[in-house]
Design a protein around this ligand. Structure first.
Ligand SMILES: Nc1ncnc2c1ncn2[C@@H]1O[C@H](COP(=O)(O)OP(=O)(O)O)[C@@H](O)[C@H]1O
Ligand SMILES: [Mg+2]
Length: 270
């Protein structure tokens, strides 16, 4: 499990997080996650915590989840608050809440609990994080499920926009997805956008599993564009993220990071 930070804010409090472009953030963030504030996961009901006494008794136990890597020890009734920052934050919030509502019952997505002007609260879904499973020797299962699910998303005419193991939770026994998260970049679009981005995540953050990418493409089943087209889509995405970061903080750390990533991506050979 990744780092967890215990905090005790009243539910709904927006916490000041570490700089989204800190070196720690860049190192552990998979892709677009580094652009967001950390999360607050809290219990919706004020049950006394086991072993708590005095002032701590009855206080909601809240956990700030840095880059969302969280821990499945929370019980029922736990909620996750996502706060949006940066350019077009309100637009991304409305996109995510709209897609979550629209996809409920059609794909495994968390239930929307509450929407405010700056945040979206969803029901906590338990499951093992895709990137943890990749690190734990379950790459074939994860990549196969990634491909299978992506075909289902695309059959609805939807592009997820930040698709990959970094945004999927899995049943640790069956490796079926329990949740597809992070719909803030969803839009009607071309399937290659998601195919290339999931591949980019694996190539950038899990290079040891690149030889297993055929499991992803085979499970997807439909026509997969050739490498030059996929690489061009990755390069295009890096460019749009450079633009996004430049709108947020011109010349800042995010822009530099994505320029480096663009250079690396453009230099890859199949
Ligand atoms: N409803 C949820 N249930 C369980 N975990 C969640 C939920 N929503 C988010 N998370 C955790 O928080 C992380 C970040 O959430 P995500 O929506 O992907 O935001 P970001 O834009 O920061 O990547 C996820 O990878 C997951 O670990
Ligand atoms: Mg994410």
């Amino acid at each position: 499990m990744r780092d967890l930070y215990k905090v005790h804010p009243p539910p709904g409090t927006i916490l000041p997080g570490p700089s989204p472009f800190s070196s720690l953030g860049s190192a552990i963030s998979a892709s677009l996650g580094l652009l967001s504030q950390p999360y607050i996961v809290y219990r919706s009901c004020l049950r006394p915590r086991a072993g708590a006494s005095g002032r701590a008794a009855g206080r909601p136990e809240s956990t700030l989840v840095k880059h969302g890597y969280t821990n499945s020890t929370f019980g029922d009734g736990t909620l996750v608050i996502k706060c949006y920052q940066g350019p077009e934050a309100a637009f991304r919030l409305s996109t995510e809440s709209r897609y979550l509502r629209r996809l409920r019952g059609r794909l495994p997505v968390p239930r929307v609990h509450q929407v405010t002007e700056t945040s979206l609260t969803t029901r906590f879904v338990s499951g093992a994080h895709g990137q943890d499973l990749l690190d734990e020797g379950r790459a074939i299962e994860v990549l196969t499920e990634c491909g299978r699910l992506l075909a289902r998303i695309h059959r609805l005419g939807i592009v997820h926009g930040d698709y990959g193991p970094q945004n999927l939770l899995f049943d640790p026994a069956t490796f079926e997805a329990t949740a597809i998260l992070d719909w803030e970049w969803a839009h009607p679009g071309r399937p290659i956008e998601d195919l290339a981005w999931c591949e980019w995540i694996v190539r950038s953050h899990h290079p040891e599993h690149v030889p297993l990418l055929p499991h992803f493409f085979t499970a997807y089943g439909d026509l997969v564009p050739e490498w030059p087209e996929r690489q061009a889509a990755m390069v295009e995405r890096c460019h749009s993220l450079i633009d996004f970061c430049a709108r947020w903080e011109p010349g800042g750390g995010g822009e530099k990071l994505w320029r480096q990533r663009l250079e690396t991506t453009a230099a890859w050979t199949e």
